[in-house]
Write a protein that binds this ligand. Structure first.
Ligand SMILES: Nc1ncnc2c1ncn2[C@@H]1O[C@H](COP(=O)(O)OP(=O)(O)OP(=O)(O)O)[C@@H](O)[C@H]1O
Ligand SMILES: [Mg+2]
Length: 484
């Protein structure tokens, strides 16, 4: 039997009423008010109060470790103290927010998520059923600090082991990466898997740039003593900038992979967005708190210019400036628009010391990229891919980013796949595997006889590729006109 009374939770509505009444007045110590109201609504039932930052019960349940069910409260109208009219308080307070995808290349159309400010739920975990009140308890008018408490009603020892279990789960990584998104740190196993497949060998960059990038990172984590000896804080920041689709993110991922191979491992903290349930200042605070806790670590800010808005600018700069606190943190920020970045970030070496430009690929790099696809498709019997296509495709893709070139290959191959029946299915499978595999197959010495005997136009891959490139060229010039 549950130690709390479901009927009381559902029918009384006292706690929800208190929350809403309290929210309409200047708020001071919401926690105490809510606690008092819960204690009165459920006399004698033990209450375990857990701040969400220490142990996020909702996230723990979402990861499949517990079950949450909202309790709809049916409350009788009560007298509104101000106007004396009858008033019904709602049983939950939530926002429905739209969270757009961070990058077009990641696919998806964004998601609609709920941000909960007040809610009553049952929480089932390991044979226990608790009643949990979730209550956002921001006091006063300042946007932070944000307090979100979870009031667990039910067996006290059970509640404590739930907190221990959810807290432990929250703080430990298992083949996951810490990702900051929607306002809190989440562990992302998919990103981890994709990082384990990202390798520097697959990134086509100017050789000097690549060597410098790899060395900067390795040297940083090897040089604590050197920094100490020079009496300069052991922290560094770099910026990757340039037009979309030229390897900023894959370079970050390749770096992450090398850092996970080090002994001891250097973890990455990956910031996708500051938008979340709390104001962005709170996000920045949580991000740096975690980075300091995990240091030495690699702290990644994707799309820096959209993260650091005017609203959070000074807060962000202050956090970055923290000298001794930020010891052991190597920060990297990526942006398409260096010119849009605050000068405090872009032009102050002590914050982000070095900038690396990722330009559209030149002819030689485009040829290399085509060879990369040639290798990928080398065991595909349905697609003939002679060397000539590499040079020819590189010639007509001047001004293309790698991502555009990728798009040309993907679309061409998909078209071929559509046109072929059984053979096409193989290509389709190849396409689906492609992103997953990400493996460089040894370049086989190819006999050029087939190529010489045939005209380029005889190859379906070339015909489709050329067509796709022409279409993308139009798209590209429209885009360029749009931004000019
Ligand atoms: N230098 C490169 N070498 C090999 N492939 C590349 C390179 N740059 C981009 N690509 C291909 O294009 C895709 C997109 O690249 P990436 O995500 O790294 O671009 P980005 O520079 O981060 O773009 P954005 O500014 O839009 O975030 C990669 O998944 C990869 O397939
Ligand atoms: Mg990117």
């Amino acid at each position: 039997m549950d130690t709390f009374n479901r009927a009381e939770a559902g029918a009384g509505g006292g706690v929800a009423g208190t929350y809403f009444r309290h929210a309409t007045a200047p708020r001071l110590d919401t926690d105490a008010v809510i606690y008092d109201s819960i204690a009165n609504a459920h006399p004698g039932v033990p209450i375990t109060t857990v701040p969400e930052w220490s142990c996020n019960l909702r996230a723990y349940a979402a990861a499949g470790h517990g079950m949450l069910e909202t309790v709809e409260q049916a409350h009788p109208p009560s007298a509104d103290s101000k106007s004396d009219r009858k008033h019904s308080w709602p049983s939950t307070l939530r926002w429905t927010v739209f969270l757009p995808p961070t990058r077009r290349l990641d696919g998806g159309e964004g998601i609609v998520a709920d941000e909960v400010f007040f809610e009553t739920c049952t929480y089932t975990w390991e044979g226990f059923t608790f009643l949990v009140y979730f209550s956002e308890g921001r006091d006063g008018t300042m946007p932070y600090p944000q307090v979100r408490n979870q009031y667990i009603l039910g067996d006290e020892a059970g509640a404590r082991s739930l907190v221990a279990s959810a807290g432990r789960w929250q703080s430990v990584l298992h083949d996951e990466i810490w990702v900051f998104n929607q306002g809190y740190w989440q562990k992302d196993p998919l990103l981890y898997r994709s990082i384990m497949k990202s390798r520097w060998e697959d990134v086509i960059l100017d050789d000097d740039l690549k060597t410098d990038l790899v060395d900067t990172v390795e040297r940083f984590f090897d040089s604590r003593d050197v920094y100490d000896g020079l009496r300069v804080p052991w922290k560094r920041g770099v910026i990757f900038y340039g037009p979309p689709g030229n390897g900023k993110t894959i370079s970050i991922k390749a770096t992450m992979h090398t850092l996970y191979k080090r002994d001891p491992v250097v973890p990455t903290l990956y910031v996708k967005s500051l938008v979340g349930f709390a104001p962005p200042e709170y996000s920045i605070e949580s991000i740096f708190r975690k980075a300091r806790q995990e240091a030495p670590c690699y702290l990644v800010f994707e799309d820096l210019d959209s993260l650091v808005t005017d609203q959070v600018r000074s807060f962000f700069l202050n956090a970055v400036d923290g000298l001794s606190e930020n010891e052991g943190i190597l920060m990297v920020g990526s942006t398409n628009h260096l010119e849009r970045l605050d000068p405090g970030i872009a032009k102050r070496p002590s914050r982000f010391d070095r900038k690396y430009f990722f330009p559209d690929p030149d002819f030689a790099q485009r040829v290399r990229y085509c060879h990369f696809w040639q290798r990928k498709l080398s065991d595909n019997k349905d697609v003939e891919f002679p060397d000539e296509i590499c040079g020819a495709a590189a010639k007509i893709t001047d001004g293309f980013s790698f991502a555009y070139m990728q798009e040309a290959f993907v679309s061409a191959l998909l078209e071929i796949a559509r046109e072929k029946d059984t053979a096409g299915q193989n290509v389709q499978r190849e396409m689906e595997d492609m992103q997953e595999k990400w493996e460089l197959l040894e370049l086989e010495a190819r006999t050029e006889t087939t190529a010489r005997d045939k005209d380029l136009e005889d190859y379906i891959l070339w015909r489709k590729l050329k067509h796709q490139i022409e279409m993308l060229r139009k798209e590209l010039s429209k885009e360029k006109r749009g931004t000019a």
